[in-house]
Write a protein that binds this ligand. Structure first.
Ligand code: V47
Length: 375
């Protein structure tokens, strides 16, 4: 399989095959691969690069899953660093962020708790919504939704319906890791399996909720397992059309049980981004999550298929505990500057990718500083 023949199929609008995908990941010429991905990106989005004003909150790090890849979770409340935020603490964080400037999204994800009742999650969402009714609440990965289904003995649909009634707007894409059972067994044996993860998203999409999807790369997976993972996401998207963005997540090895595995190189990061753009022709957005990639690689990824940088973030824990040296937060002005410095056109979006501000309007209030500031 050569890049030239892949290019012919791309131009003819033919979805790439499993073999094409493997060839993309094995392609030594990163720049040629990047050029193809960039063409696909520009055909869809031109120069536009989106971001949003969001706040990440992780209500608890107590987690019964014990994933080997994770540096964030704690098994018991007695372990150093274990925490669970009260509802009032979450709302206070949100309140102080809202006082510091405009916000359109709160991103809530946490560990799989043994003790928190379903009402905690319902009130969490409802309380955030009440603080600012226009705020979009993107919350709970499919792994958490599946956990709620198991521990609260409710159908997945019922879990989603109740959360939606409380104010849930969409689902983030975390917890997919790598779908292959061989890999899951070794890096996250207690998480829901691939079918269960996909089924939560299928159900959400059938209910009209949008979601994102991810792939954690750089642990022990093979190239074939990456391609299979991406093609399973693509197949679900063919069925439902509910994924908005794919987020490639680079493994960070500090403070977890896979610390002997080196982090992926920037070359690998860009290759995954480009291959995903080309294989996932039916998923509109590829997000270069700057917390995972670092600012410089995230900027470069905007020429390797990515058209989105996520948002202002703030208070990120999962990657910083695993060794990310990206800042804790970016101001809108800093994101705009990063995008412009990469030679792209910044556009502020909301969670569902509607345009919020562009051009002159973009900078009108972009100089605010999120609470906590930059590191
Ligand atoms: O589910 C955990 C991953 C995810 C590590 O949907 C790790 O818009 C690398 O899903 N090294 C959480 N990755 C982050 C996530 C996300 C982030 C930004 C935007 C969106 C979105 C989703 O991070 C986890 C897991 O897959 N993760 N530990 C680690 N050591």
């Amino acid at each position: 399989m050569t890049l030239a023949s892949i290019c012919e199929r791309l131009n003819a609008g033919v979805p790439l095959s499993f073999e094409d995908g493997v060839a993309l990941f094995r392609e030594p010429d990163l720049l040629k691969l990047g050029e193809l991905a960039n063409q696909a990106r520009e055909r869809r989005h031109g120069d536009r690069t989106t971001f949003n004003r969001n706040l990440h909150v992780n209500p608890t790090n107590l987690c019964i899953a014990g994933c080997k890849l994770c540096s964030f979770s704690r098994r018991s409340p007695e372990q150093p660093g274990a925490y669970t935020l009260s509802l009032a603490q979450v709302w206070d964080k949100l309140k102080s962020r809202l006082q510091a400037g405009r916000l359109t999204e709160v991103h809530l994800v946490g560990g799989l708790s043994e003790s928190l009742p379903f009402d905690y999650y319902l009130e969490l969402v409802a309380g955030c919504r009440q603080l600012q009714p226009t705020l979009h609440i993107k919350a709970f990965s499919a792994v958490e939704i599946f956990h709620f289904h198991r521990v609260f003995q409710l159908e997945v649909r019922e879990v989603l319906q109740r959360l939606r009634a409380a104010g849930l707007g969409s689902l983030p894409g975390g917890g997919a890791e790598i779908f292959a059972p061989r890999v899951r067994q070794r890096i996250c044996p207690n998480k829901c399996n691939a079918e269960e993860w996909l089924d939560v998203h299928r159900t959400a999409h059938q209910m009209g909720l949008r979601s994102n999807c991810t792939m954690l790369y750089g642990t022990i997976e093979t190239i074939e397992e990456r391609v299979e993972h991406l093609l399973r996401l693509r197949a679900l998207q063919d069925e439902t059309g509910g994924f908005q963005a794919f987020v490639p997540l680079a493994f960070h090895p500090e403070n977890n049980s896979l610390a002997h595995i080196p982090a992926p190189s920037a070359v690998e990061d860009l290759r995954v981004c480009a291959a995903a753009r080309l294989l996932l022709h039916n998923i509109p957005h590829i997000k270069a999550y700057w917390v995972s990639l670092g600012l410089k690689t995230a900027q470069t990824a905007l020429w390797f298929g990515a058209d989105d940088l996520d948002g202002t973030v703030q208070e990120e824990k999962i990657y910083h505990l695993a060794g990310s040296d990206a800042p804790q937060a970016l101001t809108p002005a800093e994101i705009v500057r990063l995008i412009r410095a990469a030679g792209r056109t910044p556009v502020e979006r909301d969670t569902l990718y509607h345009v919020v501000a562009q051009g002159e309007a973009l900078l009108a209030d972009a100089h605010e500083m999120p609470v906590g500031g930059l590191r």
